[in-house]
Design a protein around this ligand. Structure first.
Ligand code: FJE
Ligand code: FE
Length: 294
């Protein structure tokens, strides 16, 4: 027996287009979360769709108090930090970096490549984790599990769970991060915990979201209602679509941000600026280090 269970989907409360802007050193980004219309989407601080050619990048810079999640779509990106951690990520690969008490690093495209294209998400850390030891979780494309609820619908489970498939990424802030590729004329229902905030960012094609089938075209962010509904319904019509669905448990803690430092109070930010300047409390190697790739 097939039971037909109809659930009410989250609906869409806001749709915002991200145009390209300059960022870093000669890099171009489409900023989703973090732009004026999409500030403080607790627990998310920023989402950038970056496009970097061989002359651009994000040279030596610090982070404290949150996580950066870099997901490559095309091309290759190199990374090097002040503790000697290095690596290259290519199409479909993931770097989940917990900056915690402090990281200084450089993020640059591999010079022989023409273009590096991907997504970088900044996830805030709960107060008790902001000063944790830095950690990297690196997964190659083939180590990220897929759910295929039906033919023509592939969901890469970067974090959280989808259709019985679970990611092994450890999240200090409960987060769901799913990459959907859908053929035309498909429908998918994705469970989302009732307490999570969330959004969809469209990379290619058009997705129709919620019972009202709100139209989401490429480079648009559609934010979900916070009404406790435990599912989001997404369908395609006459074209294929590629999009990510990102959702998480809001921290509901005060946010003080100074560029790449995100803490809970003004005093903690002042202390962080001094720690970085003088090389204290996790920034010991910051003063003398220069990357070799920038
Ligand atoms: C940063 C300016 C920046 N988006 N997307 C100021 F550009 C950055 C920064 C990034 C970044 C890095 C990658 Cl790999 C991809 C990005 C902004 O590094 F951290 C500050 N503070
Ligand atoms: Fe960075």
């Amino acid at each position: 027996m097939v039971s037909t269970l109809t659930r009410t989907s989250r609906s869409i409360v806001k749709s915002v287009l991200s145009r390209e802007q300059g960022e870093g050193a000669g890099a171009r980004v489409r900023r989703s979360i973090g732009r004026p219309e999409l500030r403080n989407h607790d627990p998310f601080l920023m989402l950038d769709e970056f496009n970097v050619d061989k002359n651009g990048g994000f040279p030596d810079h610090p982070h404290r108090g949150f996580e950066t999640v870099t997901y490559m779509l095309e091309g290759q990106f190199q990374h090097e930090d002040f503790a000697g951690h290095k690596g290259t990520i290519g199409p479909g690969d993931l770097q989940w970096m917990t900056a915690g008490r402090g990281i200084v690093h450089s993020e640059m495209p591999v010079k022989s490549q023409t273009r590096a294209h991907g997504l970088q998400l900044w996830i805030n850390l709960p107060k008790d984790h902001k000063m944790c030891e830095p950690q990297y979780q690196e997964l190659l494309d083939n180590e990220i599990p897929r759910a295929t609820p039906e033919e023509g619908v592939t969901i890469k489970v970067i974090a959280g769970e989808s259709h019985g498939v679970e990611s092994k990424v450890y999240t200090r802030t409960p987060t769901m991060y799913l990459d959907f590729k859908m053929d035309k004329n498909k429908t998918v229902e994705q469970s989302i915990p009732a307490s999570y905030t969330g959004f969809i960012y469209v990379l290619k094609g058009t997705a129709f979201v919620g019972d009202q089938e709100f139209e989401g075209k490429a480079h648009h962010t559609l934010t979900f209602s916070e009404d406790g509904a435990e599912t989001i319904k997404i369908r395609t019509k006459d074209e294929d679509a590629h999009f990510v669905v990102i959702a998480g448990e809001p921290l509901k803690e005060p946010i003080f941000q100074h560029g790449p430092f995100v803490m809970n109070t003004r005093e903690e930010i002042q202390k962080t600026i001094l720690d970085y300047q003088f090389g204290h409390n996790g920034f010991e190697r910051a003063r003398s280090w220069r990357s070799t790739i920038a």
